[in-house]
Design a protein around this ligand. Sequence first.
Ligand code: SF4
Length: 334
Amino acid sequence: MTKMFRCKFLAHGLYIHYDCFRHCHLSIHSPNERNNNYIIPYTGPQDKIDWEKVFEIKNSRVKSMREGDIPPFCKGCHWIEEFDETSDEQYLSDFENYIDMIWLGHSNQCNANCIYCFAYQEILEHRTIKGYDIFPLFKELLDKKIYNLEKNPNAHVSFAMGEPTIMQNFDDIIKTFADGGNKFFALYSNGIHFSKMTEKVLAMPDVEINVVISLDAGSREVFKKVKKVDKFDTVCENIKKYAAAANKPKGLGVKYIIIPDINDTKEEIDRWLDICINKLNVKYLIADIEEHWFVQKHGEVPEYIKDLLRYIRQRCLDANIDFEFYDRALVLHL
Ligand code: SF4
Protein backbone atom coordinates (compact mmCIF):
# COMPACT_ATOMS: atom_id res chain seq x y z
CA MET A 1 0.00 0.00 0.00
CA THR A 2 1.59 3.28 -1.09
CA LYS A 3 1.31 6.18 1.31
CA MET A 4 0.32 9.49 -0.24
CA PHE A 5 0.29 13.02 1.16
CA ARG A 6 -1.67 16.20 0.63
CA CYS A 7 -2.29 19.65 2.03
CA LYS A 8 -5.49 21.50 1.22
CA PHE A 9 -3.65 24.82 1.40
CA LEU A 10 -0.91 23.74 -0.98
CA ALA A 11 -3.72 22.90 -3.41
CA HIS A 12 -6.02 25.89 -2.93
CA GLY A 13 -4.40 28.43 -0.57
CA LEU A 14 -3.12 31.89 -1.53
CA TYR A 15 -1.12 34.05 0.84
CA ILE A 16 -1.05 37.56 -0.60
CA HIS A 17 2.24 38.88 0.73
CA TYR A 18 3.51 42.43 0.20
CA ASP A 19 5.87 41.36 -2.59
CA CYS A 20 4.73 37.93 -3.72
CA PHE A 21 2.14 35.15 -3.59
CA ARG A 22 2.80 32.18 -1.35
CA HIS A 23 0.92 28.91 -0.84
CA CYS A 24 0.11 29.66 2.81
CA HIS A 25 1.28 31.88 5.67
CA LEU A 26 2.62 28.98 7.73
CA SER A 27 5.82 26.95 7.32
CA ILE A 28 5.93 27.05 11.09
CA HIS A 29 8.21 24.06 11.43
CA SER A 30 10.60 25.14 8.72
CA PRO A 31 11.10 28.86 9.37
CA ASN A 32 14.37 28.88 7.45
CA GLU A 33 12.51 27.63 4.42
CA ARG A 34 9.70 30.15 4.69
CA ASN A 35 11.00 32.26 1.80
CA ASN A 36 10.84 29.20 -0.45
CA ASN A 37 7.10 29.03 0.17
CA TYR A 38 6.72 31.13 -2.94
CA ILE A 39 4.57 31.07 -6.07
CA ILE A 40 5.16 34.23 -8.12
CA PRO A 41 6.15 37.84 -7.47
CA TYR A 42 3.30 40.30 -6.91
CA THR A 43 3.76 43.87 -5.75
CA GLY A 44 0.43 45.50 -6.62
CA PRO A 45 -2.09 46.20 -9.38
CA GLN A 46 0.62 47.17 -11.89
CA ASP A 47 1.67 43.49 -12.02
CA LYS A 48 -0.29 41.32 -14.42
CA ILE A 49 -0.96 37.93 -12.88
CA ASP A 50 -0.38 34.80 -14.90
CA TRP A 51 -2.93 32.53 -13.19
CA GLU A 52 -2.03 29.61 -15.42
CA LYS A 53 1.47 29.79 -14.06
CA VAL A 54 0.18 30.08 -10.48
CA PHE A 55 -1.83 26.87 -10.85
CA GLU A 56 0.89 25.11 -12.82
CA ILE A 57 3.24 25.70 -9.87
CA LYS A 58 0.59 24.62 -7.37
CA ASN A 59 -0.28 21.47 -9.34
CA SER A 60 3.34 20.50 -9.62
CA ARG A 61 3.82 20.91 -5.82
CA VAL A 62 0.60 18.97 -5.14
CA LYS A 63 1.76 16.13 -7.42
CA SER A 64 5.21 15.95 -5.78
CA MET A 65 3.70 15.96 -2.30
CA ARG A 66 1.28 13.16 -3.22
CA GLU A 67 4.25 11.07 -4.29
CA GLY A 68 6.08 11.67 -1.02
CA ASP A 69 8.35 14.52 -2.10
CA ILE A 70 7.30 16.99 0.62
CA PRO A 71 8.40 20.57 -0.17
CA PRO A 72 11.08 21.64 2.37
CA PHE A 73 8.89 24.51 3.59
CA CYS A 74 6.14 21.99 4.47
CA LYS A 75 8.31 19.52 6.36
CA GLY A 76 6.85 18.83 9.80
CA CYS A 77 3.69 20.84 9.18
CA HIS A 78 0.63 19.49 10.96
CA TRP A 79 -1.61 20.29 7.99
CA ILE A 80 -0.14 17.46 5.92
CA GLU A 81 -2.69 14.64 5.56
CA GLU A 82 -1.90 11.05 4.74
CA PHE A 83 -3.94 8.69 2.60
CA ASP A 84 -3.19 5.69 0.43
CA GLU A 85 -3.84 4.58 -3.09
CA THR A 86 -6.74 2.36 -2.01
CA SER A 87 -8.55 5.11 -0.04
CA ASP A 88 -12.05 5.94 -1.27
CA GLU A 89 -11.18 9.62 -1.28
CA GLN A 90 -8.32 10.44 -3.66
CA TYR A 91 -8.61 14.25 -3.38
CA LEU A 92 -8.53 14.75 -7.13
CA SER A 93 -10.01 18.23 -6.68
CA ASP A 94 -6.57 19.20 -5.36
CA PHE A 95 -5.61 19.47 -9.05
CA GLU A 96 -8.47 21.81 -9.90
CA ASN A 97 -7.54 25.42 -10.49
CA TYR A 98 -9.21 27.52 -7.86
CA ILE A 99 -8.45 29.26 -4.57
CA ASP A 100 -10.59 28.79 -1.46
CA MET A 101 -8.33 30.18 1.26
CA ILE A 102 -6.89 33.67 1.15
CA TRP A 103 -4.54 35.19 3.71
CA LEU A 104 -4.02 38.92 3.48
CA GLY A 105 -0.46 39.93 4.26
CA HIS A 106 0.07 42.90 1.99
CA SER A 107 0.59 45.37 4.85
CA ASN A 108 2.21 45.15 8.28
CA GLN A 109 0.81 48.38 9.70
CA CYS A 110 0.34 47.87 13.44
CA ASN A 111 -0.28 49.72 16.70
CA ALA A 112 1.66 47.30 18.92
CA ASN A 113 5.17 45.83 18.94
CA CYS A 114 4.58 42.28 20.13
CA ILE A 115 7.86 40.58 20.87
CA TYR A 116 6.82 37.44 19.01
CA CYS A 117 5.35 39.10 15.91
CA PHE A 118 5.62 37.20 12.60
CA ALA A 119 6.09 40.54 10.87
CA TYR A 120 8.70 41.72 13.39
CA GLN A 121 11.64 41.51 10.99
CA GLU A 122 9.76 43.47 8.37
CA ILE A 123 8.70 46.00 11.01
CA LEU A 124 12.32 46.36 12.16
CA GLU A 125 13.58 46.81 8.65
CA HIS A 126 10.78 48.81 7.08
CA ARG A 127 8.56 49.82 10.02
CA THR A 128 5.47 49.92 7.83
CA ILE A 129 5.29 48.21 4.50
CA LYS A 130 3.20 50.45 2.35
CA GLY A 131 0.22 48.33 1.45
CA TYR A 132 -0.83 48.57 -2.18
CA ASP A 133 -4.40 48.96 -3.42
CA ILE A 134 -5.67 45.42 -3.07
CA PHE A 135 -9.15 45.93 -4.56
CA PRO A 136 -8.22 45.34 -8.24
CA LEU A 137 -6.85 41.97 -7.13
CA PHE A 138 -10.04 41.13 -5.20
CA LYS A 139 -12.11 42.07 -8.23
CA GLU A 140 -10.06 39.81 -10.43
CA LEU A 141 -10.23 36.94 -7.91
CA LEU A 142 -14.01 37.21 -7.62
CA ASP A 143 -14.87 38.07 -11.26
CA LYS A 144 -12.75 35.26 -12.72
CA LYS A 145 -13.96 32.88 -9.97
CA ILE A 146 -10.39 32.15 -9.03
CA TYR A 147 -11.57 32.57 -5.44
CA ASN A 148 -14.36 30.11 -6.01
CA LEU A 149 -17.33 29.92 -3.66
CA GLU A 150 -19.13 27.44 -5.93
CA LYS A 151 -16.30 24.94 -5.62
CA ASN A 152 -16.10 25.51 -1.90
CA PRO A 153 -18.89 27.42 -0.12
CA ASN A 154 -16.73 27.28 3.02
CA ALA A 155 -13.97 29.35 1.40
CA HIS A 156 -12.18 31.55 3.90
CA VAL A 157 -10.55 34.98 4.07
CA SER A 158 -7.99 35.48 6.83
CA PHE A 159 -6.10 38.60 7.90
CA ALA A 160 -2.56 37.43 8.46
CA MET A 161 -0.19 40.33 9.01
CA GLY A 162 -0.24 43.63 10.88
CA GLU A 163 -3.32 44.86 12.72
CA PRO A 164 -6.25 44.36 10.34
CA THR A 165 -8.71 46.71 12.02
CA ILE A 166 -6.47 49.73 11.35
CA MET A 167 -5.76 48.63 7.79
CA GLN A 168 -6.90 51.24 5.32
CA ASN A 169 -10.19 49.98 3.79
CA PHE A 170 -10.62 47.19 6.35
CA ASP A 171 -14.41 47.69 6.32
CA ASP A 172 -14.50 47.65 2.53
CA ILE A 173 -12.47 44.44 2.38
CA ILE A 174 -14.99 42.65 4.62
CA LYS A 175 -17.87 44.17 2.65
CA THR A 176 -16.44 43.22 -0.76
CA PHE A 177 -16.14 39.55 0.19
CA ALA A 178 -19.41 39.41 2.15
CA ASP A 179 -21.25 40.98 -0.82
CA GLY A 180 -19.57 38.38 -3.05
CA GLY A 181 -21.19 35.66 -0.92
CA ASN A 182 -18.25 34.85 1.35
CA LYS A 183 -19.34 33.61 4.78
CA PHE A 184 -16.10 32.78 6.57
CA PHE A 185 -13.53 35.22 7.90
CA ALA A 186 -10.67 34.87 10.37
CA LEU A 187 -9.36 37.98 12.05
CA TYR A 188 -6.24 38.06 14.21
CA SER A 189 -6.33 41.33 16.08
CA ASN A 190 -4.44 42.76 19.05
CA GLY A 191 -7.72 44.34 20.21
CA ILE A 192 -6.24 47.82 20.81
CA HIS A 193 -8.44 49.51 18.23
CA PHE A 194 -12.17 48.89 18.54
CA SER A 195 -13.68 48.09 15.17
CA LYS A 196 -17.39 48.75 14.75
CA MET A 197 -17.36 46.64 11.59
CA THR A 198 -15.99 43.67 13.54
CA GLU A 199 -18.64 44.14 16.21
CA LYS A 200 -21.32 44.27 13.50
CA VAL A 201 -20.07 41.17 11.67
CA LEU A 202 -19.78 39.23 14.96
CA ALA A 203 -23.51 39.71 15.43
CA MET A 204 -24.53 38.73 11.88
CA PRO A 205 -26.45 35.45 11.74
CA ASP A 206 -25.29 34.42 8.26
CA VAL A 207 -21.56 35.30 8.46
CA GLU A 208 -19.05 33.28 10.47
CA ILE A 209 -16.22 35.45 11.68
CA ASN A 210 -13.61 34.07 14.01
CA VAL A 211 -11.95 36.97 15.84
CA VAL A 212 -8.87 35.98 17.84
CA ILE A 213 -7.24 38.41 20.24
CA SER A 214 -3.97 37.38 21.84
CA LEU A 215 -4.04 38.90 25.32
CA ASP A 216 -1.09 36.83 26.62
CA ALA A 217 -1.31 38.34 30.09
CA GLY A 218 -3.54 38.75 33.09
CA SER A 219 -1.94 41.99 34.22
CA ARG A 220 -0.94 45.34 32.83
CA GLU A 221 2.76 44.81 33.68
CA VAL A 222 3.12 41.52 31.83
CA PHE A 223 1.04 42.81 28.91
CA LYS A 224 3.48 45.72 28.53
CA LYS A 225 6.41 43.30 28.44
CA VAL A 226 4.79 41.32 25.64
CA LYS A 227 3.21 44.05 23.53
CA LYS A 228 5.51 46.97 24.31
CA VAL A 229 2.48 49.24 24.64
CA ASP A 230 0.47 50.17 27.74
CA LYS A 231 -2.99 49.15 26.53
CA PHE A 232 -4.07 46.25 28.72
CA ASP A 233 -7.22 47.96 30.01
CA THR A 234 -8.25 49.15 26.55
CA VAL A 235 -7.89 45.65 25.11
CA CYS A 236 -9.93 44.17 27.99
CA GLU A 237 -12.71 46.70 27.38
CA ASN A 238 -12.75 45.88 23.67
CA ILE A 239 -12.77 42.13 24.32
CA LYS A 240 -15.79 42.62 26.56
CA LYS A 241 -17.66 44.52 23.83
CA TYR A 242 -16.79 41.94 21.15
CA ALA A 243 -17.77 39.08 23.50
CA ALA A 244 -21.14 40.74 24.06
CA ALA A 245 -21.68 41.12 20.30
CA ALA A 246 -20.63 37.57 19.31
CA ASN A 247 -23.64 35.41 18.59
CA LYS A 248 -21.71 32.16 18.03
CA PRO A 249 -19.64 30.33 20.65
CA LYS A 250 -16.39 30.56 18.67
CA GLY A 251 -17.00 34.06 17.28
CA LEU A 252 -14.48 35.56 19.69
CA GLY A 253 -11.43 33.68 20.96
CA VAL A 254 -8.86 35.02 23.42
CA LYS A 255 -5.40 33.53 23.29
CA TYR A 256 -2.50 33.04 25.66
CA ILE A 257 0.84 32.51 23.97
CA ILE A 258 3.22 31.14 26.57
CA ILE A 259 6.53 32.99 26.30
CA PRO A 260 9.24 31.50 28.53
CA ASP A 261 10.60 33.95 31.14
CA ILE A 262 7.89 36.51 30.33
CA ASN A 263 4.45 35.09 31.14
CA ASP A 264 5.12 31.43 31.99
CA THR A 265 3.69 31.34 35.51
CA LYS A 266 0.54 29.76 36.86
CA GLU A 267 -0.26 32.99 38.73
CA GLU A 268 -0.31 35.04 35.53
CA ILE A 269 -2.35 32.39 33.75
CA ASP A 270 -4.82 32.34 36.64
CA ARG A 271 -5.21 36.11 36.37
CA TRP A 272 -5.79 35.79 32.60
CA LEU A 273 -8.35 33.00 33.06
CA ASP A 274 -10.15 34.92 35.78
CA ILE A 275 -10.39 38.09 33.70
CA CYS A 276 -11.46 36.32 30.51
CA ILE A 277 -14.00 33.97 32.08
CA ASN A 278 -15.40 35.98 34.97
CA LYS A 279 -15.01 39.60 33.95
CA LEU A 280 -15.08 39.71 30.15
CA ASN A 281 -17.49 36.82 29.59
CA VAL A 282 -15.32 35.15 26.94
CA LYS A 283 -16.60 31.75 25.80
CA TYR A 284 -13.65 30.47 23.82
CA LEU A 285 -9.99 30.39 24.89
CA ILE A 286 -6.88 29.34 23.00
CA ALA A 287 -3.33 28.49 24.10
CA ASP A 288 -0.07 28.30 22.19
CA ILE A 289 3.70 28.58 22.67
CA GLU A 290 5.86 31.38 21.30
CA GLU A 291 7.15 30.34 17.89
CA HIS A 292 10.73 31.70 17.81
CA TRP A 293 11.51 30.08 21.15
CA PHE A 294 9.84 26.82 20.05
CA VAL A 295 11.90 26.69 16.86
CA GLN A 296 15.16 27.47 18.69
CA LYS A 297 14.43 24.60 21.05
CA HIS A 298 13.59 22.31 18.10
CA GLY A 299 10.18 21.71 19.61
CA GLU A 300 11.59 20.29 22.84
CA VAL A 301 9.27 21.78 25.40
CA PRO A 302 9.97 21.41 29.14
CA GLU A 303 7.40 19.62 31.29
CA TYR A 304 6.43 22.74 33.23
CA ILE A 305 5.18 24.42 30.02
CA LYS A 306 3.26 21.31 29.02
CA ASP A 307 1.74 21.31 32.52
CA LEU A 308 0.70 24.96 32.09
CA LEU A 309 -0.97 24.13 28.78
CA ARG A 310 -2.79 21.16 30.31
CA TYR A 311 -3.80 23.38 33.21
CA ILE A 312 -5.38 25.97 30.89
CA ARG A 313 -7.28 23.24 29.08
CA GLN A 314 -8.54 21.73 32.33
CA ARG A 315 -9.68 25.09 33.69
CA CYS A 316 -11.63 25.67 30.47
CA LEU A 317 -13.21 22.24 30.68
CA ASP A 318 -14.18 22.91 34.30
CA ALA A 319 -15.69 26.26 33.35
CA ASN A 320 -17.47 24.77 30.32
CA ILE A 321 -15.58 27.10 27.97
CA ASP A 322 -14.61 26.13 24.41
CA PHE A 323 -10.89 25.56 24.20
CA GLU A 324 -8.28 24.91 21.53
CA PHE A 325 -4.52 24.47 21.27
CA TYR A 326 -2.97 26.33 18.35
CA ASP A 327 -0.05 25.27 16.19
CA ARG A 328 2.95 24.69 18.50
CA ALA A 329 0.86 23.51 21.44
CA LEU A 330 -1.23 21.37 19.11
CA VAL A 331 1.69 19.34 17.77
CA LEU A 332 2.72 18.36 21.32
CA HIS A 333 -0.34 16.06 21.46
CA LEU A 334 -0.94 16.82 25.12
S1 SF4 B 1 1.79 21.67 4.47
FE1 SF4 B 1 1.80 23.42 5.89
S2 SF4 B 1 3.48 24.72 5.15
FE2 SF4 B 1 2.91 23.33 3.45
S3 SF4 B 1 1.42 24.47 2.23
FE3 SF4 B 1 0.31 23.20 3.72
S4 SF4 B 1 -0.07 24.57 5.45
FE4 SF4 B 1 1.56 25.47 4.22
